[in-house]
Design a protein around this ligand. Structure first.
Ligand code: NAD
Length: 273
């Protein structure tokens, strides 16, 4: 293996690791020799990812631990356990997040019908749910002056996607936080800690399947609009995110901080014309 892209031996805390995208990234990193700490609310889902890791790579090491990303105490318990087990945290991937139906403006409604409580909830999960784990797991990285933090953005962070008002605001916040923290920690760690984000385009998963596909597998109107706007003419596959995460955790990106790596089949580049 070329050491330029090596993640071997890195202890990587991954939030939302029971989910479609972060779970797939966790499996890949484990196969590459990293030690993923699988964090999420549902221990059963995390155990399933852990057993997929072990059956694909019997020598792989991983640690499933449940915690809510909005519960600081639970995150601190996870941190204590990880430090006891491995003595360090090398990287953090903030994968917990997603849209919530209440914070969405459906076609028959207007912005003025928005439920402020649902709006706050989606901001909390995606933005506070990125900031809090970064505070907790970033602390040992800060003490060691080395580490890599990678957040999940979305194409909705920079472009107006109809309906998803709360999610878009939250992901814009995640991008801004990525840049802010990259500068702050770069100065304080002499470049030892890097903070970046990955912006996935559209990947089919449990959260958006009903919005983008019908029960017979055909595309909904929204699904068709997205595919028309994606020059590659298809949704992404989770495995197509692996390289971006591996790059941002590896020595190949040693001078890269405050950036957003876009993995969207051309969605953001295309004017639609
Ligand atoms: N799927 C896409 O097309 C897409 C596109 C752009 C960005 N994203 C982002 O990628 C990330 C992963 O998305 P996904 O599609 O894999 O979603 P997913 O729903 O499959 O995974 C998200 C995981 O986060 C966990 N989670 C939710 N709330 C939590 C909490 N409070 N504490 C701990 N864990 C919690 C869920 O249980 C789930 O396992 C999210 O941030 C999402 O916003 C997804």
């Amino acid at each position: 293996m070329n050491s330029l892209f090596s993640v071997k031996g890195q202890v990587v805390v991954i939030t939302g690791a029971g989910g479609a995208l972060a779970g797939s990234v966790a499996r890949h990193l484990a196969a590459e020799g990293a030690i993923p700490v699988l964090l999420g609310r549902n221990l059963e889902k995390l155990e399933a990812v852990a057993s997929a890791i072990r059956s694909a790579t019997p020598e792989a090491v991983c640690l499933p631990l449940s915690a809510d990303v909005l519960d600081r105490q639970a995150l601190e318990s996870v941190r204590a356990r990880v430090l006891q087990e491995y003595g360090r945290i090398d990287a953090l991937i903030n994968g917990a997040g997603g849209n919530m139906p209440g914070a969405t403006i459906s076609p028959e409604k207007t912005f003025f019908d928005l439920d402020p409580a649902a709006f706050r909830e989606v901001l909390d999960l995606n933005l506070t749910g990125t900031v809090l784990p970064t505070m907790v797991f970033g602390e040992p990285m800060n003490a060691a002056s080395r580490g890599s933090i990678v957040n999940f953005s979305s194409v909705s962070a920079t472009r107006a996607l109809t309906r998803v008002i709360g999610y878009s605001a939250a992901k814009s916040g995640v991008e801004n936080f990525t840049r802010w923290l990259s500068v702050d920690l770069a100065k304080k760690s002499s470049g030892g800690i890097r903070v970046n984000a990955v912006m996935p385009g559209f990947f089919l998963g449990d959260q958006n399947r009903a919005l983008l596909t019908n029960s017979d597998g055909s595309l909904t109107d929204r699904g068709n609009t997205i595919i028309r706007q994606t020059p590659f003419g298809r949704f992404g596959e989770a495995a197509e995110l692996h390289g971006a995460f591996q790059y941002l955790l590896s020595p190949a990106s040693s001078f890269v901080t405050g950036t957003v790596v876009v993995v969207d089949g051309g969605f953001s580049a295309f004017s639609g014309v």
